[in-house]
Write a protein that binds this ligand. Structure first.
Ligand code: GLY
Ligand code: MN
Ligand code: MN
Length: 462
């Protein structure tokens, strides 16, 4: 937990932003794997963690903007909990540690809500992402489950996004700590990656790093020589000389903050000339994107700028023709880069996307594009100092997409299909780091996980 002043400050700031009404913040409950007592590792709701820091299932809390108080609803552990789970800290003590002095039994929550509604007070709540929370809100508030999403409070979402998206010093330190474990995972993967090894053996090595450090994955890792399959969660291929492997793996810090790092590795330990040329370009694209980041600039412009550098470089290599600006604006570029340049990161690896991507990455100045590729950009809006973002360009040769577009002759004035067809066995590559937006630019976070060709090749042989 952070010091109580952190939580006091956050709740005070929320009251200021909301102005009036009650914010009902729901904690998570245990999530069964296959029966009630066999559960996934407990993961607290990120917004509940943000305001209350308590990592315990079965809680809900009010932040009261009218009365300036906070109330926790939850039950003390009983004898059974002590017998089966050990001598737990009392809920009252845990609440005291985060400066919440009013603690009521969970069963009191429904009547407190009913009383607030009778008095005509606004009860704000966030859109839930777990069915259990939807059903519980439905029970507590008396709305049908399918009404919960539309009745969630846009004011509360806006207020929470505006707070959570600006990271404080203590949060930046947590993300750095998650990045230092991600660094150890990636260095381990670099040592283990070699011909003859099966992908899952390398994933196991990374998971051992997590286990030793008492940390969890921030998301399901991607470790695959079929890197052109963007969310490939199979780890069953045997690595061979000449393969390229995409390793997108990150840890969660002890306080629940994420890291999200991608490196691309040549299985033979040395990039081939063909891999080297595209990898060097990808490094330059990422550096150009990061260099362009500063407060006030829309991230969609950073995305377009990075894409333009990619297209210019690939045009020199014969993949595109015509005006690079038109290759970008037409969407032709997305044949090899169908996702967005990045997203915000914090307590969630895609921070706050449980509220809806558009409510985090877009605002009334920015409309999501309909264009293939651009429509996958999770973050478009203007940057502010204190935001943490990923910058993760990739170059992929997706056989199905190349063949489909080629048959359709889509963007054929811009795309040199013959050239792309020579790369159908290439796979994909991505490079991903976190950056902190500073007052006049951006700082790359993390301890410097090997990234240049010389660094990666050296880490793979060390
Ligand atoms: N690892 C998930 C992502 O890069 O967005
Ligand atoms: Mn990412
Ligand atoms: Mn990633």
């Amino acid at each position: 937990m952070f010091a109580d002043s952190v939580y006091i400050g956050r709740r005070h700031a929320l009251r200021e932003k909301l102005g009036s009404g009650l914010a009902l913040i729901m904690g998570s409950v245990d999530a069964p794997i296959n029966f009630a007592h066999n559960v996934h590792p407990f993961r607290q709701d990120s917004t509940f963690s943000y305001f209350f820091g308590l990592n315990r299932p079965g809680l809900a809390a009010f932040i009261d903007a009218d009365r300036g108080e906070d109330v926790m609803f939850g039950d003390e552990s009983g004898l059974d909990d002590e017998i089966w789970l050990g001598n737990l800290a009392t809920l009252a003590d845990q609440c005291a540690a985060v400066a919440v002095s009013v603690v009521k039994p969970y069963a009191a929550l429904q009547e407190v809500i009913a009383e607030a509604v009778r008095r005509g007070r606004d009860v704000h709540f966030l859109p839930p992402y777990r069915a259990e929370t939807t059903l519980e809100l439905s029970r507590l508030l008396g709305y049908r489950p399918n009404e919960i999403g539309i009745r969630a409070s846009a004011d509360l979402v806006r207020a929470v996004v505006s707070l959570r998206e600006i990271k404080s010093e203590v949060e930046i330190a947590e993300i750095e700590s998650a990045l230092s474990i991600a660094d150890e995972m990636h260095r381990t993967a670099m040592r283990l990656t070699k011909a003859g090894v099966v992908e899952r053996e390398v994933v196991a090595g990374m998971r051992q790093v997590l286990g030793r450090n008492g940390m969890l994955e921030a998301y399901q890792p991607v470790f695959t020589k079929r890197g052109e399959i963007l969310h490939n969660f199979n780890y069953n291929l045997r690595l061979e000389h000449g393969d390229l492997v995409v390793n997108d793996s990150g840890a969660t810090s002890t306080m629940g903050y994420a890291s999200d790092v991608t490196r691309t590795l040549p299985v033979s330990g040395r990039f081939s000339p063909r891999q080297r040329d595209l990898y060097e370009l990808l490094l330059r694209v990422q550096a150009a994107g990061i260099d362009a980041i500063r407060p006030g600039v829309p991230f969609v412009d950073i995305h377009r700028f990075a894409v333009l550098r990619m297209v210019e470089g690939m045009a020199e290599m014969g993949f595109f023709r015509g005006d690079p600006l038109e290759v970008v604006s037409s969407g032709a570029y997305a044949i090899c880069f169908p996702h967005g340049l990045g997203h915000q990161l914090g307590l969630d690896v895609h921070d706050m996307e449980s509220f809806g991507e558009d409510r985090v990455g877009y605002d009334n100045q920015f409309q999501r594009s309909q264009l293939f590729g651009m429509c996958s950009l999770r973050m478009a809006k203007c940057l502010n100092a204190g935001m943490v973002l990923t910058v993760e360009p990739g170059i992929y040769f997706i056989p199905t997409l190349i063949r489909r577009w080629s048959v359709e002759r889509r963007h054929e004035q811009f795309i040199v299909y013959e050239r792309f067809k020579n790369y159908l066995d290439f796979g994909g590559m991505r490079i991903e780091d976190e950056v902190l937006v500073t007052t006049n630019g951006a700082r790359i976070m993390g301890p410097g996980t090997p990234k240049t060709i010389a660094e990666v090749e050296s880490a793979m042989t060390s």
